[in-house]
Design a protein around this ligand. Structure first.
Ligand code: AMP
Length: 500
């Protein structure tokens, strides 16, 4: 696999691969650790290719575990600490990992679990014992990322080495700024696929990943101190992070004098933010990029200019990468022409092999383009194409983006319905300036509980935190006697939105 070859190449240099707080890991050390972990896996699990689950956040040993797993012919499943124990248990049940590396304090039950201390001992014990033969085939899954699913259970998107190679080829011109080394922002949790930009694009080009964890991200003083010391050349994040930063006047060229590109993705980039970025970073390029996890990180990109900001339309999400096809279709599947809105389909080598063990979901979301024998994915995004540029209007279903996180409203509703004494639940997004800023849940109770609204909301949120990641928990929970219904007899979400 190209990344593993490149890691080997840079292992002969003294370059720094990872920087995290006051610690640095060289390419040499990263490669050695990955090989030691691979040797341990081969020794323990033989030629098994069952996945390795990694539960943690931004710990420095995570990339070594990922690449070590690949070297030994396994895929990996990164699960962030925002996922509570029950959701991790569900992921374990769905994916049957041969090994779970648990870098958190949360106890997990899985077939075989090792903690951080055991991992360190393994890396010492197996140092220098790898036979040097990388075992991952191009069509083998590299990683499975679990994302919000409408049934209330997360679904695992499987991505192969071939998918990543297609992504790398498509994104390369957009990241390129003529550098042969540099610093790349690494702030996205490894359980979200935008982190693949750092792990694959940047590491395979000898860049240094400047790692920022969620504790630093939530503390403006610590964040700005980290950014000032970073010398970041390429910034990749959701617009939400930049929106948070831009509240401070410090967020400008003097803070990040080296930054040549800001690539935003994962959610709508507003004109307001884009204009502010253009004026605060006049020498940097601002790029809006788009893509679902199912099509490997990103599939379109466009440089944002003053002219695009002055246009009456929203900002475009980009030009499709040259190695894939973007098609807009009507509900009956017929292709639409320029300027007409419909569902965006993506066809190409970037399209996932499907959700792990979910044939019914795969049937709905993926298809094979007969003429080219290439896989396609129905994005569920309402888009239109004009002069080769794609414009995004919104979702065609109940999926929302909240601070860059993908949330299926039905996932939250289904988990609410399992909370004690809740009869029925409906969740609606709360918008500010056209952007989802929070969720409000409306619930009907099986029987009166005699609690104040505040106490009830707290109790329900505590129960939800057992099964849902923190970012999916509604900010407000409102008890209703009855739900407003629309003419089909379904809960009238429009009416609820007005009350959210
Ligand atoms: P995820 O799989 O978490 O990356 O979420 C993919 C979804 O996020 C897409 O299907 C879109 O709905 C949304 N999305 C991603 N990038 C953008 C963007 N640049 N502008 C608007 N929506 C986006």
């Amino acid at each position: 696999m190209f990344l593993l070859d490149k890691l080997e190449h840079y292992a002969g240099t003294d370059r720094i691969a990872l920087l995290y707080r006051d610690q640095a890991v060289s390419y040499r050390a990263l490669h050695r650790q990955a090989e030691a972990f691979a040797a341990y896996l081969l020794d323990t699990f033989g030629e098994s290719d069952a996945p390795v689950l990694i539960y943690g956040h931004k710990e420095l040993l995570i990339p070594a575990c990922m690449f070590g797993a690949l070297k030994a012919g396994h895929s990996y499943i990164p699960v962030d600490t925002t996922f509570p124990r029950e959701r991790v248990a569900d992921i374990v049940e769905q994916s049957a990992p041969c090994l779970t590396v648990n870098l958190t304090e949360t106890a997990l039950s899985a077939a075989k679990v090792i903690d951080g201390g055991a991992l360190e001992r393994i890396l010492l014990e197996y140092d220098g014992r790898f036979d040097g033969v990388d075992r991952l085939a191009d069509d083998h899954t590299v990683y499975t990322l679990f994302t919000s699913g409408t049934t209330g259970r997360p679904k695992g998107v499987q991505i192969t080495a071939r998918n990543i190679a297609a992504f790398d080829e498509g994104i390369a011109p957009w990241f390129d700024c003529g550098l042969t080394e540099g610093v790349f922002l690494n702030e996205i949790s490894y359980s979200f696929d935008v982190s693949v930009c750092a792990l694959y694009y940047a590491l395979s080009r000898g860049f240094t990943l400047y790692t920022v964890d969620k504790q630093t991200l939530s503390d403006p003083k610590a964040l700005f101190t980290a950014l000032r010391a970073s010398n970041i050349d390429i910034w990749v994040s959701t617009p939400s992070l930049a929106e948070f930063c831009i509240r401070s006047e410090q967020f400008c060229e003097t803070l990040l004098p080296e930054t040549k590109k800001f690539v935003f993705c994962g959610e709508v980039l507003t004109k307001k933010l884009a204009k502010e970025m253009l004026s605060r970073f006049p020498h940097a390029e601002i790029v809006n990029a788009y893509g679902p996890t199912e099509t490997t990180v990103l599939v379109t990109a466009v440089r944002i200019t003053e002219t695009l900001c002055e246009d009456t339309r929203p900002l475009p999400i980009g030009y499709p990468f040259s190695n894939l096809r973007a098609i807009i279709v009507a509900p009956d599947g017929t292709a639409l022409s320029e300027g007409q809105y419909g569902e965006l389909l993506i066809v190409g080598d970037c399209v996932s092999t499907g959700y792990l063990n979910r044939p019914a979901l795969n049937e709905k979301a993926f298809f094979m383009e007969e003429a080219t024998k290439r896989r396609g994915y129905r994005t569920g995004d309402l888009c239109c194409m004009e002069n080769g540029l794609l414009y995004y209007l919104g979702r065609m279903d109940g999926q929302v983006k909240l601070n860059g996180f993908r949330v299926e409203l039905e996932d939250v509703e289904s988990n609410l319905a399992h909370v004690e004494n809740i009869a029925r639940a409906a969740v609606v997004p709360v918008y500010e300036d056209g952007k989802t800023v929070a969720l409000t849940a409306f619930v009907s109770l099986q029987e009166a509980d005699g609690l104040s609204s505040l106490a009830r909301a707290k109790k329900i949120k505590t129960a939800l935190a057992e099964t849902l990641p923190s970012y999916m928990i509604p900010r407000k929970i409102v008890a209703v006697d009855a739900f407003p219904l629309n003419s089909n007899g379904k809960i009238d979400k429009k009416a609820l939105s007005a009350l959210a």
